[in-house]
Write a protein that binds this ligand. Sequence first.
Ligand code: ANZ
Length: 945
Amino acid sequence: MEYNFREIEKKWQKRWVENKTYQVTEDETKQKYYVLNMFPYPSGAGLHVGHPLGYIASDIYARYKRLQGFNVLNPMGYDAYGLPAEQYAIQTGQHPAITTVNNINRYREQLDKIGFSFDWNREIRTCDPEYYHWTQWAFQKMFNSYYCNDTQQARPIQELVESFPKYGNEGLNAACSEELHFTAEEWNAKNEKEQQEILMNYRIAYLGETMVNWCPQLGTVLANDEVVDGVSERGGFPVVQKKMRQWCLRVSAYAQRLLDGLDTIDWTESLKETQKNWIGRSEGAEIQFKVKDSELEFTIFTTRADTMFGVTFMVLAPESELVPQLTTEAQKADVDAYLERTKKRTERERIADRSVTGVFSGSYAVNPFTGEAVPVWISDYVLAGYGTGAIMAVPAHDSRDYAFAKHFGLEIRPLVEGCDVSEESFDAKEGIVCNSPREGVAPYCDLSLNGLTIKEAIAATKKYVKEHNLGRVKVNFRLRDAIFSRQRYWGEPFPVYYKEGMPYMIDEESLPLELPEVAKFLPTETGEPPLGHAAKWAWDTVNKCVADNQKIDHITVFPLELNTMPGFAGSSAYYLRYMDPRNHKALVDKKVDEYWRNVDLYVGGTEHATGHLIYSRFWNKFLHDLGVSAVEEPFQKLVNQGMIQGRSNFVYRIKDTNTFVSLNLKEQYDTTPLHVDVNIVSNDILDIEAFKAWRPEYATAEFILEDGKYICGWAVEKMSKSMFNVVNPDMIVEKYGADTLRMYEMFLGPVEQSKPWDTNGIDGVHRFIKKFWSLFYDRNGRYLVTDEPATKEELKSLHKLIKKVTGDIEQFSYNTSISAFMICVNELSGLKCYKKEILNQLVVTLAPFAPHVCEELWETLGNTGSVCDARWPIYNEEYLIENTVNYTISFNGKARFNMEFPADAASDAIQATVLADERSVKWMDGKTIVKVIVVPKKIVNIVVK
Ligand code: ANZ
């Protein structure tokens, strides 16, 4: 029988479905293992060979764990809300739900062909109301919670509702947007709306005034990385900074826990480092400065409190609320002009751009340490969202302050008198060189920093600040709260209605609140989000249902929220839902969650390092506080798969002709390289007929060939449609089978590494599977397998493999495993080993990589049940012991041939056997033996004369 992969793969894919091979339930008798892939956004282009890379890697691991006896959860679903479907809808009128379903169906078809062990029973789609029910539910819980800094956890907002009337917010230590102080009397004197405003200050999901990148043409707010040089990445439309009331999540409250959690998980150091930087913990002090000739006071944040004596000016962020207060009449026009200018820049551009801009406010601030008045400037190198949005500038010790002072001719005063502050002496990284020991400073206050190191000086200053009530010690985080509103259609609707401008949650029993139909997917004429087009988008609080907008009376029927949730909403807790996807009563049943706990292995791209992987950790911690998620960290081990790059092919057209010259002859002509579809090139040889048929203009093309062939050039580039280097996995499966595709993708190189797709080696992998097959059947289809006992050599070959593959899989080093399979199969072929004892175990070892062919051969060997349920073989060290040693036989120091001896052979015996060998007789050439030296386990040297 021939290796007919088409039939085999079809047969087993069908049988897996019929036998529910990959369906998994909670089984208390087995240990769980949860494998997860970052679920895909189903785009219109379908899968290319880069997409399954991570899925194959995790599938191998899932199958391996199952063979080891674990109860493995390996689910798959779709991140189905997203911009491309919506943009397409805007352009064509096609409802995004339809495009999304079509794309999902195509994805599923492609995935099914590759033979994954996904439990499709657990499929989820983020756009499915049954799914987003729980996204909305979690949002409501966040709205109804605040973060207690003392206990470091989320707690019901109801606690505040109950304590404010009794104690005000005295003694409350909670994460908030703004520091507030009020007594019980003050609280009780407020009306409902005012009280709601105060509670908003503490809620974990809150409406906040935020500066956003607003793109009027797209009618939406963009994330910083969606804005490039002041225009939208998508479409190139102008973007302005605008203050907007938006839903936000108080991610910043969890900053310390997000940081601490990193020490408990098995992620790469580089990814942890990225998250640490993103969270950006910074220890410093907040210090108060009085405004000269005024009652006003403001606070700055500094990590270098010790530099108080070097402050020569202050800087406010342009958006700071202090700006209008501190701007004097004389400076107003200049300040307004400056503010107008900076509005156009995103925060990221402001950080990246080092050109100096700014304007004097007209006011002065008093240094609490020296009593000196220094000018207050406004500049966008100070960010509104960080620290207090105001700084004390120490140009002699901070590079940005230095550049600013130089530009505007402000004083640069080093901490040590007489220090060189010329441009040449400035070390941007270290600040100016003369940091310590500190000498010669004449403090106005009684603090002396003389002789201290920077660290000691900072500590001493902080202590002084605290003791003299000049400010407080403060830890700042760079991590910002997440903006959670999008002015788009294709996303989860907020389960929120508005009464007197304040948001209220629809009751939990009424969830999910389903996305309404709209006439148009664009913002309305009045600039409202697309949901503003919905005719039936009001909440009837009596009947607890959605009502026509006409019924809005602001008494019992209220308008619903028009924003929708952002992309990360649906992907933040999806791994929990996979545990219990059809539960109507809860996100996940408590017992089920206790069983699966968290993801043991998560595989996905590094591009999610700071988005999804921060948000989902935050979301999970919140649910953990609620007692919903059993484990604080959602993803125990994380593996980032590399990208598969495209391998492009080129043809060379001779300028101004329709003639194409083969690669190695092109130097003789003046040519232009053109991308050619890699699918009509095989091993860099162009299929000329296919090329002619590819484009009408090539129908009459002529060719200058070498050795009768047209050889294409190649280059490694991003895999993209425009480079014609996209390889569709369907084509590979069609030509070679899924098992070859799976093994080949893994053979390309280490999973974590980016590497080019290069079909040139695929034949080799395919041949390997055929060779493996030929251990079972000969060319004439005769079944070869026997029950004979295995020899030591055969066992050694097998156990060497088992040992290697077991170790490799644990390290995700699949490419080296595949080499080991090739070696083993070659060895067994050489030994003509067709023994069941060996083949049974070989099949099990290969099954995670090539499941179809292994199922088939497992059955052939007479086993019942799926190979998935076999036992992973355990290698036996005994078979691996080298029981023979290879000796080099030399004559007068020259190596001549090799001989095998038992490892424990005695020197005498070795000597006798060597001398009796006919090759020795030849090399001695009738001469006399002077001496025979036997170096155990190595060499035999015969000295002759
Ligand atoms: C005085 C000083 C002297 C500073 C010196 C630094 C060096 P990290 O580590 O990132 O927290 N800063 C504070 N708030 C800022 C804002 N909103 N925008 C821009 N810069 C701000 O950095 C904290 C330091 O960055 C603070 O310490 C402050 O400058 C500046 F030799 O204060 B420093």
